[in-house]
Design a protein around this ligand. Structure first.
Ligand SMILES: C[S@@+](CC[C@H](N)C(=O)[O-])C[C@H]1O[C@@H](n2cnc3c(N)ncnc32)[C@H](O)[C@@H]1O
Length: 236
């Protein structure tokens, strides 16, 4: 297993609470909700979320969706999701363990299938067969979506970047989505805004590493630029 895969799985297994505090600081200007609503109005939809993690998207989508079912492969992440969702008082959500490649759901059950910051792991975690695994995940989305439904993918285009600048490997994956899988795309800024320099340091260093923390937060900075891509496709 690759060391990058071990690194991230260790965070998802042992530092879910800290991960949730990090992502709660992203999109400080609240652009993502509006962008998603422009792509597919969320009101009244039945949503299935792949790789939901600690539920930052679940919280957002549940504000308008009729129902959202959130899945992840890592129990510790879902535990955190449950804590957060219960705290909101919303009741239109459910969660369960599920692999992005094989979801425990019937076909044609969702208006919207969505993932955020989960599918792109395939590029590093499965360097030899990332295309095949991508095809499996996208087929699973299409199976679960009703005819006329939509799929949305959200991924990073660069942390610490003011303009999209994905790594070579991620650029290859995104090109595949657009040119081979029929996704349209746009991008937005979803900058992180931390409460203090100490918080910025604590939350960026463990996840993004020393180089990025040193580069971007030198001099006590509390803002970390982030570019985010959104890809979408409507099924006929
Ligand atoms: C970077 S986190 C993103 C979590 C969440 N979507 C968010 O927006 O913060 C990646 C998530 O993908 C999950 N994941 C990775 N591989 C998976 C798979 N094959 N099936 C389901 N979830 C997976 C991880 O457990 C982790 O919770």
């Amino acid at each position: 297993m690759s060391s990058r895969r071990n690194f991230f799985q260790g965070i998802y297994r042992h530092q879910a609470e800290r991960y949730d505090r990090l992502v709660a600081r992203e999109d400080a200007q609240g652009k993502l909700f509006g962008a998603l609503n422009e792509i597919t109005p969320l009101g009244g939809l039945k949503v299935v979320e792949f790789g939901a993690g600690t539920g930052r998207l679940t919280r957002l989508l549940a504000l308008q969706a009729a129902q959202i079912r959130a899945f992840d492969i890592e129990p510790a992440m879902l535990w955190q999701l449950a804590l957060q969702m219960r705290a909101t008082g919303m009741r239109n959500w459910a969660m369960a363990l599920g692999d992005n490649c094989l979801m425990p759901l019937a076909s044609d059950c969702a208006d919207l299938v969505i993932e955020g910051w989960s599918f792109a792991h395939v590029r590093e975690w499965h360097p030899q067969c990332w295309r095949q695994r991508t095809d499996v995940m996208l087929r699973e989305m299409e199976r679960i979506a009703k005819p006329g439904g939509a799929a949305v993918l959200i991924e990073t285009l660069g942390t610490g970047k003011r303009r999209p600048q994905p790594s070579t490997k991620l650029a290859e994956l995104y090109q595949y989505w657009q040119e081979q899988c029929g996704f349209q795309s746009r991008w937005i800024r979803t900058d992180f805004q931390f409460a203090s320099p100490a918080e910025a340091d604590e939350l960026t260093r463990f996840f993004f590493g020393d180089a990025l923390a040193d580069d971007c937060l030198a001099g006590g900075g509390v803002m970390l630029p982030e570019c985010t891509g959104i890809w979408w496709k409507h099924f006929s």
